[in-house]
Design a protein around this ligand. Structure first.
Ligand code: FAD
Ligand code: NAD
Length: 475
């Protein structure tokens, strides 16, 4: 078996793994990057963030064209060529993964297509179908093996009509009716895509609200919109049975169904999006001292070092939030630690964005977290009905919210729901990370008319002085 050596091997080439490999190479190390795909990208680029956002862009254009009727412009019913939509999405994926592969080669990284198995804590064997396995000895390893879709225990049936996110992104057709199981990130994003393409979408969520982890007053704005695009949103409801029935899937519900709704209904397709599970069962890992916790995440310290001193782990496989940008930032910490620097992954704010219409974004401390921690906070909310820019866009369904320390006036968290919230949240991240206070945000001149002004005016509200909202500070 051919044998080679490297200073660092990175296992898994998602946004955690390829960021780690690239940064390690930039810092002068000899690097090998291993992944089954022909190019780096992982879940995010091949079957996650990127293809879903390409399709959400299509959905946004469809929504905007329909909305334009209210302004006196009508385009008529859209003609959807699904093959072309799919081809656009595939082109986006190919362009980005190809480009990332190219910048990897420019950095002289050895990219090995295949799956890694640990032989011991100093070497891996890499196999790929039809090719002879290779052995790679390493000084340091970074595990970035990511995650996979969770399934509902007892409900998995073998049917192409029951899809996970990967199958749904393949756009097999536009089903007349689609049941989305799980009202989280994926359910709402891909539900939005299918609803825009013409499916009648029903969302079933087992808790009492959509996006259980997010602040309620932000979610409420989104939920009102989702109710207009979905056929039904069933909260406090679970799917307890699924079986093939003719050309559809017969689904049995249990829970708080609306009056008159039968417990069993047939849908053309079902999308199951009930969370993700870490890929910590890396073959041969038991031959090392790496430990996995009860939830299946690889245990790491603040520098992302596992219980095996020369093996690090980053990204979805080490814990929540399972977000691409969290993985890429952990990557740099792990590489710095390998280089002997005293580092820790301790962000104050990891932004979260749900790319629905409207978008929902937050960072730092949320009002819900503050209540849970019994921490006293001041909260200001700027309604987008008072934003000139939101009015020009005919999209006043938004809110910008600051969570502040009442004494120091420091910005602890920011939440935004509304058009482009995902772009706006970065100012919040900077404010939280730099320890900005309400005056800093208030005194920074924001361009007019923009949605970014809503952050400035939310800060002005703390002092009871928002230009466009009359809400004097309580004495
Ligand atoms: P991954 O991207 O999961 O990559 C891990 C890689 O390791 C994979 O290629 C896998 O094949 C490989 N691998 C596994 N085992 C081995 C092995 N033994 N040997 C070699 N290789 C191995 N996050 C966001 O921040 N924004 C978004 O908009 C967003 N949208 C999403 C949409 C969808 C539909 C999904 C499913 C996810 C989305 N996410 C989003 C989450 C995001 O994709 C993940 O958080 C991110 O990909 C995690 O990166 P990672 O590097 O930890 O692992
Ligand atoms: P999620 O955790 O966001 O949502 C899953 C939802 O399913 C939850 O609301 C949960 O209460 C519900 N649920 C669980 N079991 C259920 C059942 N039996 N019946 C009905 N509802 C049930 O998970 P997801 O949507 O699968 O996404 C997985 C992860 O991928 C996300 O947590 C996020 O980290 C990442 N992601 C991020 C983005 C983004 O950043 N925009 C987009 C997609 C995915």
């Amino acid at each position: 078996m051919p044998e080679s050596t490297t200073q660092v091997v990175v296992i898994g080439a998602g946004p955690g793994g390829y960021a780690a490999a690239f940064y390690a190479a930039d810092r002068g190390m000899q690097v090998a990057l291993v992944d089954p795909e022909p190019n780096p990208g992982g879940v995010c680029l091949y079957r996650g963030c990127i293809p879903s956002k390409a399709l959400l862009h299509v959905a946004e254009v469809l929504g905007e064209a329909r909305h334009a009727e209210a302004w006196g412009i009508s385009f008529g019913e859209p003609q959807i060529d699904l093959d072309k939509v799919r081809a656009f999405k595939d082109k986006v994926v190919a362009q980005l993964t190809g480009g990332v592969g190219q910048v990897g080669r420019m950095r002289k990284i050895t990219y090995i297509q295949g799956r890694a198995e640990f032989r011991d804590a100093r070497s891996v064997q890499i196999g790929h179908e039809g090719k002879e396995a290779v052995t790679l000895a390493f000084e340091h390893a970074i595990l970035a093996t990511g995650s996979r879709p969770a399934t509902v225990p007892g409900l998995s049936i073998e049917s192409p009509r029951v899809m996970d996110s990967t199958a749904a992104l393949d756009l097999p057709d536009v089903p007349r009716s689609l049941l989305v199981v799980g009202g989280g990130y994926i359910g709402l994003e891909l539900g939005t895509v299918y609803a825009a393409l013409g499916s009648k979408v029903t969302v079933v969520e087992m808790t009492d609200g959509l996006l259980p982890g997010a602040d309620r007053d932000l979610v409420n704005v989104l939920a009102r919109r989702i109710e207009t695009i979905a056929e039904a949103v069933l909260l406090n409801t679970k799917v307890v049975g699924m079986k093939e029935a003719g050309s559809g899937i017969a689904v049995t519900f249990e829970g708080a169904l609306p009056e008159g709704m039968p417990k069993e209904r047939t849908f053309d397709r079902v999308l199951v999006a009930v969370g993700r599970r870490p890929n910590s069962a890396v073959p041969g890992l038991e031959r090392t001292s790496v430990r996995v916790d009860r939830r299946g995440f690889i245990e790491v310290d603040a520098a992302r070092r596992t219980a095996e001193a020369n093996i690090y782990a980053i990204g979805d496989v080490v814990g929540e939030p399972m977000l691409a940008h969290k993985a890429s930032h952990e990557a740099r910490v792990a590489v710095d630690a390998i280089l002997g620097e005293r580092v820790a992954f301790e962000p104050l704010a990891i932004p979260a964005v749900v790319f629905t219409d409207p978008e929902l974004a937050w960072c730092g401390l949320t009002e819900t977290d503050a209540a849970r921690q019994k921490r006293e906070v001041a909260v200001t909310r700027f309604p987008w009905g008072a934003s000139g820019r939101a009015i020009t866009l005919d999209r006043t369904d938004g809110m910008t919210k600051l969570v502040l320390d009442p004494q120091s006036e420091r910005v602890l968290g920011v939440g935004i729901v509304g058009l482009g919230a995902g772009e706006l949240i970065s100012e919040g991240v900077l404010a939280v990370e730099m320890g900005a206070n309400a005056s800093d945000v208030k005194l920074s001149i924001h361009p007019h008319p923009t949605l970014s002004e809503t952050l400035m005016e939310a800060a002005e509200m703390f002092f009871g002085q928002a230009t466009h909202v009359y809400k004097p500070k309580r004495k």
